[in-house]
Ligand binder design. Structure first.
Ligand SMILES: [Zn+2]
Length: 195
C-alpha cells in the first residue's frame, strides 16, 4: 500500500524519538490493520493537541492556566528546574521533592538557535520572585549542554535567590534525568551542591 495519506503517517511516525523509517512503516501497517486502536489514538492525540498547554507559571503541561503543582499550596518554597515534563515526572514519581518545578523545554544550544529566551529564563526569574523561592535546584542532564545551561542559570539566579544548587554527580556523566533509576536520582538529590 502506498497511498499519500499512508506515506504521511509514516513520515510523521518517523519523527518520533527512537523511531526510524523501518519502525515507522511497521507501526503504520499495524495501525491500518487495527482500526479501533487507530481511532483511539487519533482521539487521544486530538485531545492532547487541543487541550494541553503550558502552565502560565512553570511551563509544565496542564489543561488550565496553572498546573496542579503550582496550584498546590502545600508545596515548599523551592523550585526544581528541569529540561522537560518527562524529567519532572521522573522526579515527582520518585517522591524526592515537595517544591515546585520550572520546565525549560530544552537546554541552551546556541548553534541550534536555542537561547535564554526559548528556555523562558525571564519567566523563571519571575517565578522565583513571585513564589519567594528560597532555593533553586538545577536538575539537568550531565551532558555538555546540561552543564552549560547550569552555569548560565547559576549566574542569572545567584543575585535573586538565597541558594542555587545542582544535582550531585550520582548521575554519571552523560546520563539523562528522565531515565535515571530512583536510587541514582535520590543520591543525586541528596548530594546536591552549590551551583
Ligand atoms: Zn505550573
Amino acid at each position: 500500500m502506498t497511498s499519500r495519506v499512508f506515506e504521511e503517517l509514516v513520515s510523521a511516525l518517523a519523527q518520533l524519538p527512537g523511531v526510524g523509517r523501518k519502525t515507522a512503516l511497521r507501526l503504520a501497517f499495524y495501525l491500518v490493520d487495527r482500526r479501533e486502536l487507530a481511532g483511539e489514538l487519533s482521539q487521544a492525540l486530538g485531545a492532547v493537541y487541543d487541550k494541553v498547554r503550558e502552565c502560565d507559571m512553570c511551563r509544565n503541561l496542564t489543561q488550565s492556566d496553572l498546573c496542579e503543582i503550582c496550584s498546590d499550596r502545600s508545596r515548599t518554597a523551592s523550585i526544581c528546574v528541569v529540561e522537560s515534563p518527562a524529567d519532572l515526572r521522573s522526579i515527582e514519581d520518585a517522591g524526592l521533592f515537595r517544591g515546585r518545578y520550572f520546565v525549560l523545554h530544552g537546554l541552551l544550544a546556541p548553534l541550534d538557535g536555542v537561547g535564554p529566551e526559548e528556555l523562558g529564563i525571564d519567566k523563571l526569574l519571575e517565578m522565583v520572585r513571585e513564589t519567594e523561592a528560597e532555593e533553586v535546584i538545577l536538575a539537568l542532564d550531565a551532558t555538555a549542554e546540561g552543564e552549560a545551561t547550569c552555569s548560565y542559570l547559576a549566574r542569572a539566579l545567584e543575585p535573586k535567590v538565597a541558594q542555587v544548587t545542582r544535582l550531585a554527580r550520582g548521575l554519571p556523566s552523560g546520563a539523562s534525568v528522565e531515565f535515571a533509576d530512583e536510587l541514582t536520582l535520590s543520591q543525586a538529590f541528596e548530594g546536591r551542591r552549590k551551583a
